[in-house]
Design a protein around this ligand. Structure first.
Ligand SMILES: [Zn+2]
Length: 500
């Protein structure tokens, strides 16, 4: 802890958490200068929530970051007129600037006149943490941040909850990546600390079997149960440790340092006997703080020349929220199915089976009914003395495929009609008045294709007169039905307008 920083509330971070492994590295104590990112209070002492410190610089910001820590946008005129954002560098801070895949903290700065200003986010500029602070009155408030002024920087309750979630998911990612590499030799290509309550994920070089996922989850939970300690080792970047002195668990040492980082600090996060990983993020001092670990699912990602997979994971408060929501959904489903939660899988299986059998029965009954209607029409045609028998059969039907049923009638009719019969049939179907959505269909069936097309044209014209757009109508010659020695054509007319 810097000599210039006064801890107002005691922190529970163990004194062994932050280790300076270089004999020449010292934390800058002159309050005129800012402590570089890599040695900040939030990184040395992740459980510290508030800190008395000094303003090193303050300027009006040209950007207006979003409160959640998402990337800032240029000021809009309306936003700029209401508030002003200051870019403030402090000697030290408890507000973590985004980095290492971990989003920025949010926080508060209490000024000498005892007002709190919101820290919308902090970002690393080169080697320094810049706080984006929202103020209401530019002329008055900017005086509170004169260089050399003492301020209190703190994480409020909501800021602290956000930080705890980020620490939980970040430390979990280190643990998960280490276990995946150690047990299955699977490399972590990248990871995403998503916004709660969504699961975070690691992107892996290959997908995993369910047995592999189960074994990784079991191993990770064993380490959480053991409560392996987590510590941070820092040294100057100019004098990196000799490679042979590094333990076997070191991963991705060089690639983790951003090219624009100028703080000069090499920081390694160590999970006792499991992992060493260069990282600037904030981490819990013990795996006990993760509470429980869950790997719920994997998702394969097909790329042009490689196949990778996403492995989603939950831990800590995010996992508890996930389990709570999942349990609520299961209980609600059980209530809908009138059974207990443990019976839900069997009940769902039973419902699906019953539905399949019901659909089969409907198919059989529709087929029987179609034949019945076809026989009645054929009988009527046989008793008719018209040269060309014509008939319109209309049905009210809420089926999702009314054309299928009309086609079944048409097929059955051509099967029972005499080969020499001359006929023109119009079969139509509309949804019932109770149906919210539905399809109206007209199907024309005839012994003379020319007559069928003429009737189709007249029907289409009639629909246009009723206000329907020509482009909304689709006419199809679905197929020719063989009826004895002559071909029978029919045209289907599907419409998206219900109750026409
Ligand atoms: Zn990390």
């Amino acid at each position: 802890m810097s000599a210039a920083a006064i801890v107002l509330s005691p922190s529970a971070t163990p004194s062994t958490y932050h280790r300076i492994v270089s004999p020449t590295l010292q934390i800058p104590s002159d309050p005129q200068f800012s402590i570089p990112v890599g040695l900040l209070a939030c990184q040395r002492d992740p459980l510290l929530r508030e800190l008395l410190t000094t303003v090193v610089s303050c300027q009006v910001s040209q950007t207006h970051p979003a409160p959640s820590g998402r990337k800032g946008k240029k000021d809009t005129a309306s936003t700029a007129s209401r508030t002003l954002t200051l870019e403030i560098i402090l000697h030290d801070t408890t507000v973590f600037p985004e980095g290492g895949g971990q989003p920025s903290d949010t926080g508060l700065i209490q000024t000498a006149d005892e007002r709190f200003c919101k820290v919308l986010q902090a970002r690393r500029h080169g080697g320094h943490a810049v706080h984006y602070v929202q103020v209401e009155d530019a002329e008055v408030d900017i005086l509170q941040f004169t260089v050399g002024t003492k301020v209190l920087v703190k994480l409020g309750d909501a800021d602290w909850d956000r930080r705890c979630d980020h620490m939980t998911m970040h430390t979990s990612q280190h643990l998960l990546s280490a276990v995946l590499e150690d047990r299955l030799n699977i490399q972590t290509l990248s990871w995403s600390l998503t916004e709660a309550p969504a699961p975070c994920y690691v992107e892996l070089s290959r997908s995993m079997t369910s047995d592999e996922i189960q074994s990784i989850q079991t191993t990770a939970n064993r380490y959480v149960f053991e409560g392996r300690n987590v510590r941070v080792e820092v040294q100057e970047m100019e004098k990196p440790k000799e490679p042979e002195k590094l333990e076997d668990h070191a991963r991705g040492f060089a690639k983790a340092i951003p090219a624009d980082y100028t703080g000069g600090i090499m920081r390694v996060v160590v999970i006792d006997r499991i992992d060493r990983n260069p990282c600037c993020g904030t981490h819990w001092p013990s795996l006990h703080n993760l509470q429980l670990f869950l790997v719920p699912q994997t998702e394969s990602l097909a790329r042009s020349n490689t196949t990778s997979a996403r492995l989603y994971f939950f831990a800590g408060p995010r996992l508890i929220e996930y389990l709570t929501n999942t349990h609520k959904q299961l209980t609600a489903t059980a209530s809908t199915l009138s059974c207990g939660a443990p019976q839900v899988p069997a009940r769902v299986e039973q419902v699906i089976d019953e539905r399949k059998r019901a659909e089969k029965r409907i198919d059989d009954l529709e087929s029987e009914l179609a034949k019945c209607i076809a026989r009645d029409v054929a009988k009527e045609m046989g008793q008719s003395s018209d040269l060309v028998f014509s008939k319109h059969v209309h049905r009210v039907d809420d089926s999702i495929n009314p054309l299928g049923f009309l086609s079944a009638i048409a097929t059955a009719f051509t099967g029972v009609a005499r080969a020499e019969s001359q006929y023109l049939l119009i079969l139509s179907s509309t949804p019932s008045a109770q149906s919210v959505t539905g399809t109206s269909v007209s199907l024309i069936l005839g012994s003379d294709e020319k007559q069928v097309k003429e009737a189709g044209g007249l029907l289409k014209g009639a629909q246009c007169e009723r206000g329907r757009e020509r482009s909304q109508m689709e006419w199809k010659v679905d197929r020719c039905l063989e009826n004895g020695t002559r071909g029978c054509g029919y045209l289907g007319y599907p419409s998206s307008h219900p109750r026409s």
